[in-house]
Write a protein that binds this ligand. Structure first.
Ligand code: GDP
Length: 321
């Protein structure tokens, strides 16, 4: 990408998309195209076609999606499946129609089978059954990966799918019904500290393990990928029968119980952490193998303890306003 290349970031108001836009701006890219949800509904094929014909971007970061935590995924599978399928199909199809040079499609580590060996390598895709609590979302994202593969195979395009692990960072969703675990626990624990509550309830057994990556690190990896020399990018995209897939993680995970403890000590919460095993645990573990990305010279910069301190102080400052 050149500094004046026209770059479309789909989903620029979300956690991942906003981090990508910040990173692009910081690196001097000055021709970034964005549209808010109100101005362009990516589920509407005609609007997406019109937008691509008018703007004709050269590079696309596809970070738009209906996303949510374990509860939202389990209670709205229709929206998670159908909206994500529509967004992927519309954006990738119209990107092809206007000859976009490179496209990076963002998914999630939940695309991999529930019980696959850990850490999870890219080639484990489609080798076993999915986790029930987010099967609809996972299947939509798998379809998006397959669409990238199909275009690459049939038309020689350069569409790559990046699968980030659980992300957190600025602009996260703190709605307890819809959010992922890290912002949910920050909200609950900060509120408990302010109110002097004696305990905080954590869903599930606390035993599942999750890998958490700061959205700035994810954005950094995405830029590295989109800026790879042709030969390396093409090699990632044309993997024969395998999917054009690359994991984006930090390489280590922790239990939900330890995450809660870490947030509690950062927020100076001295009460008890109690678990509610009537809530689902979801998949026991989903640690990504990041050797493919590491071999390109990338490593994460934000330590989990530092990232959590940042989220806690930003959330606490906002809550006091
Ligand atoms: P997942 O990674 O797709 O399972 O999605 P989440 O980030 O929503 O949940 C991760 C784990 O954290 C699951 O085992 C949840 O049961 C657990 N968890 C504990 N407390 C909470 C909470 O308050 N909100 C959410 N979303 N998850 C929680």
């Amino acid at each position: 990408m050149k500094s004046d290349s026209k770059i479309y970031v789909a989903g620029h108001n979300g956690l991942a998309g906003s981090a990508i836009v910040r990173r692009l701006r910081r690196s001097g890219f000055n021709n970034i195209v964005t549209r808010s949800h109100a101005d362009l509904d990516l589920i509407d094929g005609d609007s997406v076609r019109k937008f691509f014909r008018e703007e004709r971007p050269e590079f696309v970061f596809l970070a738009a999606a209906r996303v949510g935590g374990i509860l939202a995924n389990a209670t709205q599978p229709v929206e998670f499946l159908s909206e994500n399928l529509a967004i992927e199909l519309n954006v990738i199809r119209e990107a092809f129609a206007v000859g976009v040079q490179r496209l990076l499609f963002l998914g999630s580590s939940c695309i991999y089978p529930r019980d696959c060996p850990q850490p999870i390598r890219e080639e484990y895709l489609l080798t076993g059954p999915l986790e029930e609590t987010n099967r609809a979302y996972a299947l939509a994202k798998i379809a998006g990966v397959e669409l990238c593969r199909a275009y690459n195979k049939q038309h020689g395009t350069q569409y790559l799918a990046a699968m980030p692990t659980n992300l957190y960072g600025p602009g996260d969703n703190f709605d307890l019904e819809a959010s992922h675990v890290l912002p949910a626990l920050v909200r609950k624990i900060v509120a408990a500290t302010v109110e002097g509550a004696k305990e905080v309830v954590v869903w599930g057994t606390g035993k599942p393990r999750r890998e958490f990556l700061h959205s700035d690190d994810m954005a950094d990896a995405c830029l590295l990928l989109m800026n790879l020399p042709d030969a390396e990018f093409v090699q990632l995209c044309s993997t024969g029968s395998a999917a054009p897939l690359i994991n984006v993680g930090c390489g280590t995970d922790i239990t939900i119980a330890d995450l809660a403890q870490l947030i509690a000590s950062t927020a100076n919460f001295n009460g008890k952490i109690v678990f509610d095993p009537t809530r689902p645990d979801g998949t026991p573990r989903k640690l990504l193998d990041i050797s493919r990305l590491s071999s390109l010279g990338w490593k994460p910069a934000v330590k989990l303890s530092e990232g959590i301190a940042q989220v806690v102080s930003a959330y606490a400052a906002n809550a006091h306003r």
